[in-house]
Design a protein around this ligand. Sequence first.
Ligand code: NAD
Ligand code: IPM
Ligand code: MN
Length: 362
Amino acid sequence: MNQKSYKIAVLPGDGIGPEVIVEAKKVLEAVGTKFSIGFEFDEQLVGGAAIDAVGEALPAATLAVCENSDAILFGSVGGEKWNSLPPEKRPEVGALLPLRKHFDLFANIRPAGVLSMLKNSSPLKPEIIGDGFSFTVIRELTGDVYFGAKERGEDFASDLMIYRKDEVVRIARVAFELAKNSRQKVTNIDKANVLATSQFWRKIVEEVHAQEFPEIELEHLYIDNATMQILVKPQRFDIVLAGNLFGDILSDEAAQISGSIGLQASASINSKKFGLFEPMGGSAPDIAGQGIANPIAQIGSAAMMLDISFGELAAVKAIKQAILATLESGLRTGDIFTGALGEQKVSTKEMGDAIAAAILEN
Ligand code: NAD
Ligand code: IPM
Ligand code: MN
């Protein structure tokens, strides 16, 4: 029998990126061994690391490898060192945004939720967490002010906030489709009391809903109220639909109330389910180089890759169970360590080793 094999473009990037991506590869190797799946990793420069090595954030060689791969596993990019460069040359705008645009990765899927053993790590009060919560932010990723025309003069600057109909229709469909397999509810988040783009966005979401998904419950919240409601009653949310900018902000809030941004994975996919799989958080310059970052967000992103792009569901289940078992045994990186009885503070590597071992043991 031929072993299945996948080509993965691995882009570690900057800050904690290289530290956590090692652990994700380790975990992929473990499920590869267990389920006879081959992974061919092709590691390439991106972001600040690429600027330092070859003078540009997204070298042609990196893009070529991504084009010839089955998926992209992305660490994180950016840091103080490159902030004085012109915006379009910086790691974020020079590498990550062009990658998203190049592969038309319009759907950013960012699940959030608190695990029972991590309730203490969430800043929410126990009475608000209750029996827990889980919701998924569906963030549009290739439009909005991120990609609208930019202008900068001596005494003014502007970023155009713009959405086209087809961009709203396709992301709305992703949200409603996911709601079908979830709790049948979409909360659309915008600023339709002020912004023309939001009024337009909301009208199209309502049309897609009425024409294609009338059985799904649809509610609307303004972004300012939504940031508050997420802290008051997170159980109210199932599928959260938002544009690029509002979705970016909401997803960090969702990550933190889930315990830590270091736990939160994300998938950025196109209509063919090709994707770039990246943690929700960034290069974490405050803890980079110390070996203490939480690798679970990166490991979870690799699991989303196996799930969404490859349909390797047994491997996904094994990774999820191994993460749960490892957390259940008390292992905690600094970001989720509370000092409670039974917790043991561990390094990035110790956490990755334990998750890989749990996969192979079970
Ligand atoms: P950040 O997400 O890097 O860090 C915010 C906080 O979260 C920090 O306290 C950090 O230590 C913590 N954190 C993040 N990931 C963690 C992990 N795995 N384990 C433990 N703690 C973790 O946000 P920032 O400080 O605003 O941004 C730093 C740089 O990263 C900037 O240059 C920013 O543009 C970039 N960034 C990149 C990406 C990406 O590449 N996908 C995403 C967000 C931010
Ligand atoms: C994210 C990040 C990026 C974004 C930055 C680094 C461009 O914050 O993936 O959430 O704003 O999309
Ligand atoms: Mn962000």
